[in-house]
Design a protein around this ligand. Structure first.
Ligand code: SF4
Ligand code: SF4
Length: 353
């Protein structure tokens, strides 16, 4: 790890220099919020957002992407031959990503890239990306990353981490990819003596500002069946309107559906985000639905986030504590409250909501 000092103009000049070698994506203002997207030519990098409304997962894993294309024109020789859709996997710099969203990629990676299966679209999209994070000096009241395994200065999943300091930034260059990006940006000025201590002090101050937490410590010791049959799920799910907002906003929700579409003589196979909160998600062709009601669907979402993921992948929870689902659920279903119920539940000591 190497520490560099950047002024604001170093950052601005660096972003322009990066455009020669990278596609640059960053938070972009859109009405009253920010979303990740390609930074338009000439546009300045705006790092004023506490976080983007939708997480940065769409940068690697778009909400809707073409997987394959096929000609449906019987006159064509390659009629009905499926070919991979054209995609751009040239180097990409993702600038201004918050530590919770960068860490989310490390949590979803075992699903998309493991010994039995490699999702080619996700893996290539992830591997062509270099992540330049922005440490959170003023976290939101709904952030609970420090009890979800991360933190406002967490470096997991990042190649470079920028922390605002004085008139510019201290940049931690963390990986070889980060070194290549710093070289392309022309960032080379070593941080002054004392920068490491300053970073530690900023980190401690930011950590202390996270007052919200999620309680999950006792969940690994409980059996799936005991939690599955716990009496609080009906009450927990009562207000849910199955809108799916929690899953679409979440940086770690990964479910998708695959559909073929025909447009005159052209066909495409699309992969679209889906949601375990929708009744259709588990509806079988036979008409049977193993998750037939919202209690079953809400239970699935929280059991997956807080129990199944840790059991399957060797610990931890499938949540970074970004707080988006807490902020945007229209009926105030709060993962911290559900975690507390699961954490405190003992089969002989059933607790009420
Ligand atoms: S479950 Fe909620 S708080 Fe956790 S990562 Fe997903 S959106 Fe963020
Ligand atoms: S955002 Fe809230 S209401 Fe909508 S599906 Fe998620 S838990 Fe249910």
């Amino acid at each position: 790890m190497r520490l560099l000092q950047l002024s604001h103009s170093d950052l601005t000049r660096g972003v322009e220099a990066l455009r020669k070698a990278f596609r640059v994506e960053a938070p972009l203002p859109e009405r009253d919020h920010f979303v990740f997207g390609p930074l338009p030519a000439g546009a300045a990098l705006d790092l004023s957002a506490a976080n983007t409304r939708l997480s940065a997962k769409s940068v690697i894993y778009p909400a809707s992407e073409k997987m394959l294309r096929v000609s449906l024109d019987p006159a064509k020789e390659d009629h009905h031959v499926y070919r991979e859709a054209d995609k751009d996997y040239s180097p990409r710099a993702v600038l201004g990503i918050r530590p919770c969203d960068a860490r989310a990629f490390t949590l979803v990676k075992p699903n998309f890239d493991n010994r039995e299966y490699r999702d080619p679209y996700w893996v290539r999209s992830y591997e062509c990306s270099t992540f330049v994070g922005l440490a959170c000096k003023s976290p939101c009241s709904t952030c609970f990353c420090t009890s979800a395994g991360g933190g406002p200065f967490d470096t997991a999943g990042l190649d470079v981490l920028l922390a605002e300091s004085g008139e510019g930034f201290i940049a931690q260059v963390l990986t070889e990819k980060g070194e290549a990006l710093a070289a392309a940006a022309g960032w080379s000025a070593a941080a002054p003596e004392g920068a490491e201590a300053a970073l530690s002090a900023m980190k401690a101050e930011a950590d202390a500002r996270i007052v919200s937490r999620i309680e999950t410590e006792k969940i690994p010791g409980k059996t799936i069946l005991s939690l599955f049959d716990a009496p609080f799920w009906d009450d927990a799910a009562f207000a849910c309107i199955n809108c799916g907002a929690c899953t679409y906003l979440c940086p770690t929700c990964w479910c998708f559906d695959i559909q073929d579409e025909a447009h005159e003589n052209e066909g495409v196979r699309m992969r679209n985000w889906d949601s375990c909160m929708f009744p259709l998600f588990t509806l079988h062709g036979s008409g049977h639905n193993p998750r037939p009601n919202k209690t079953a669907r809400v239970r699935q979402r929280f059991m997956h986030k807080l129990k199944y993921y840790g059991d399957k992948y060797g610990g931890g929870i499938h949540c970074t504590g970004c707080g988006r689902c807490v902020t945007h659920c229209p009926v105030n279903i709060d993962i911290r409250r559900i975690a507390s119920l699961m954490n405190g539940y003992e089969p002989d000591n059933a607790c009420a909501l």
